[in-house]
Every structure is written in C-alpha cells, then in structure tokens.
Design a protein around this ligand. Structure first.
Ligand SMILES: *[C@@H]1O[C@H](CO)[C@@H](O)[C@H](O)[C@H]1NC(C)=O
Ligand SMILES: *[C@@H]1O[C@H](CO)[C@@H](O)[C@H](O)[C@H]1NC(C)=O
Ligand SMILES: *[C@@H]1O[C@H](CO)[C@@H](O)[C@H](O)[C@H]1NC(C)=O
Ligand SMILES: *[C@@H]1O[C@H](CO)[C@@H](O)[C@H](O)[C@H]1NC(C)=O
Length: 349
C-alpha cells in the first residue's frame, strides 16, 4: 500500500487500532474498478474459444427507461461484450440481465423459452428489499446476483473510494448555509421523517424536493454545495444499502453526510470513518443538533471531515452502461463456474 500517506493518520486518528481497521477496510471493500488491473484469465479450451464478445441480453431497460450502451473497453478497459436489448438474441445470449423492478412481481415477465445450456441469468437489483420485495418464484432460477451488497456475485455499489496516486491539496467550496435535505418520498411515519421532525426543533434544515424548495437537476450539486451538511437519510435500513444520497448528494457536492442507515461499522466498510456523521453517534436528535452547531462554529473541526480527500476520491454513482460492463467483466472472469442461487428470496431480505 505504497499509495498511503501514513502521516495523514498522525493527525486524523490517534489510536493505532483504529488506523488498522481503517486501512483494512480500505483494502477490502472498495469497489475500485478503475484501479483493478485486468483480471488474469484462467486457461481453458472453452475460454480460448469464446473469451471475447460474450453476448449479454438486457431483458428490459432498467425501469423501462432507454439508456446508452457503451464499450466496456472504454469504461473498464476490458475486452468488449456484445450488449443488446433485442430479445431475438435470447437463444444465443451467454447471459440475460434481468432487472428485478421490471418484473413487477410477475413470473410471466421472466424469459419463457427454454434456457440454452450454458446461458446465465443475472439477477440485477439496486433497490432495497423493503421497497421492492423478492418473491419465492425467483428461487432456483438465477445463476448470478448483481446488487449493492458486498456478498453479491457481481458487486455493483452506488459508489466507491478510489485511492489517489499521490496526495492532493483539498479546497473546500465556500459554505454559506448549514443543513440541506432533498426528499421526494415523504412518509410521515417513516423513521427518517420522525427523526427530522425532532431535529428541526433545534436546527434549521432546508428541505428540497416535491412541494418544497425547488432543486432543478442542473443546479443540484451547485445548490447543495453551499451547505455544510447533508442529511443522507436512507428510505430503509439494510446492510450495504448506502445510496446516491451519500455518494452524489453529499460527497459530490462536498457537503458532509449526516447518515441514517445501517450501523456505523457498515458505513466504515465503504467510506472513511471521518468522512461522515452517524445519527447513532448521538443519544438524541438534540445531541446531533448541538454537535452540528459546534462544527459550524469551529472551522478547524469542520474541515477535519475533508482530510480523507487528500488521498481518496469518491466515485459514483455510475451510469447503467457501467453496470452492464461489470456483468461483462464477471462473465469474462468466471467462465467455467456453474451455479444456481437456490434461495434468493431468503438471501435478499
Ligand atoms: C460481437 O458479436 C456481435 C454479434 O454476433 C457482432 O455483431 C460483433 O461484430 C462482434 N464483435 C466483435 C468485436 O467480434
Ligand atoms: C499543495 O499546496 C502546497 C502548499 O501551498 C504546495 O506547495 C503544493 O505544490 C500543492 N500541491 C499540489 C498538488 O497542488
Ligand atoms: C476547535 O476544534 C479543535 C479541534 O477539535 C480544538 O483543538 C479547538 O480548541 C477548537 N477551537 C475552539 C475555538 O473551540
Ligand atoms: C443456471 O441455473 C439454472 C437454473 O437452476 C441451471 O439449470 C443451469 O445449469 C445454471 N447454468 C449455469 C451456467 O450455471
């Protein structure tokens, strides 16, 4: 790990135990496709015949919205796959990428024709099990999982940290406001809205979204970047379910994420411990509010939430094309494995 600047740690975290956890987590769990050297390929007669140009059939466009397909050689530096939305390729496709949401819980929306012998079905889902449940008709049908969970066959997180080749200077954009939250799905009974109702007694929170302050797409990041903090409150709590609320709304706009989601330990497998504030760090919303006010007054302390940026760069969310290419990469790396996922509905809870 030559890329690490160990002097960083001397002023960031005092306890060496924490330092090692930090390094280990950075080592283990960053998706880092950009840093990954091309996978060495196992030699097998089968591989030599078909390594290049796997055909991946997109069973639907994710959420029914047509998107771009790009060359995987360009996106990931790997041999290209033939990625298509034309169902006439079904009988020749090496893999069928099936986006969970677009099944609408209906088994008839799965491919109905017999499956060619070596064809893989890939179960693709980036939503949480709470928002889109997984029924048992999906058991024993898929060969590979592709989700935000680290234990997926094809791990497709919303974002990941890239280690910079050399230390860089960090310039925080000017901040004139305190806390923002952009929310489209306002459910009064949800944990996050209840928490907000409590928090707002002690702290001004600017709310963007439907029926609230306007947040046009093209001004999304520039608007949020005026804020010191962003409430990255997930709609449901699941391991590894850390979404664009952190990666885009907070990190891309340089607002410090205040997270409500899985436990701190789980976040620390994805992002540095000093890059975010967890609501569980405080006994109450009032405690959190006091802490944010304190950081607001103390610039040195506030800026300590950006030190990690001198050697890490947040990446993502990525376009769909990038995710399709992760499937391509996985096919190229695991040609000889046969497997079936028996209990998808139990696994994805
Ligand atoms: C890959 O396969 C598709 C479909 O057979 C074909 O149209 C395309 O030209 C092939 N590309 C390469 C680089 O062989
Ligand atoms: C970072 O800032 C220091 C001090 O201002 C300067 O000497 C150095 O060249 C800067 N490094 C980069 C990569 O900009
Ligand atoms: C600001 O925070 C730093 C680091 O925690 C601390 O050393 C310093 O005393 C604080 N400054 C003030 C004015 O409270
Ligand atoms: C994929 O799963 C199906 C359904 O269980 C199974 O019949 C098939 O052999 C598996 N194929 C591969 C390539 O693993």
């Amino acid at each position: 790990m030559k890329a690490f600047d160990f002097t960083y740690f001397s002023f960031s975290v005092g306890i060496s135990g924490i330092v090692f956890i930090y390094i280990r987590s950075v080592n283990l769990d960053l998706g880092v496709p950009i840093l990954q050297p091309p996978q060495p390929l196992r030699s097998s007669p089968l591989i030599e015949k078909t390594i290049s140009n796997f055909t991946i059939l997109l069973w639907t466009w994710p959420f029914g919205v047509c998107s771009h397909i790009e060359k995987c050689s360009r996106l990931l530096g790997i041999p290209d796959c033939h990625i298509t939305i034309e169902r006439s390729w079904y009988s020749k496709a090496d893999a069928v990428l099936i986006h969970h949401f677009d099944l609408y819980g209906n088994p008839k929306r799965l491919p109905q024709e017999p499956r060619p012998l070596s064809q893989r079905w890939i179960w693709f889902n980036l939503e949480s099990p709470t928002s889109h449940s997984v029924q048992s008709f999906l058991d024993n049908r898929f060969n590979l999982t592709m989700t935000y969970r680290r234990d997926s066959d094809i791990y497709t997180p919303y974002g990941w940290m890239e280690v910079l080749p050399q230390k860089q200077n960090v310039t925080i954009p000017p901040k004139s406001k305190l806390v923002a939250w952009a929310v489209s799905n306002w459910k009064p009974d949800s944990r996050r809205v209840k928490y907000y109702e409590e928090l707002k007694k002690y702290l001004q929170v600017d709310i963007y979204g439907r029926h609230r302050l306007p947040l046009p797409q093209d001004q999304h990041l520039s608007t949020l970047s005026h804020y010191k903090f962003y409430l990255a409150f997930e709609n449901s709590i699941h391991e590894d379910y850390i979404t664009e609320k952190v990666w885009r709304n907070a990190f891309q706009s340089w607002a410090v994420p205040v997270v409500l989601g899985p436990p701190r330990e789980n976040y620390e497998r994805h992002i540095p411990p000093d890059s975010f504030i967890h609501i569980d760090d405080f006994p109450s919303a009032q405690g959190l509010a006091n802490f944010l006010h304190e950081l607001d007054r103390n610039t040195t302390r506030y800026e300590s939430y950006f030190r990690w940026r001198s050697w890490l760069k947040p990446n993502g969310p990525t376009p769909w094309a990038f995710k399709f290419c992760k499937a391509c990469q996985a096919l190229q790396a695991s040609l000889v494995q046969y497997q079936t996922i028996p209990d998808l509905s139990k696994w994805f809870k």
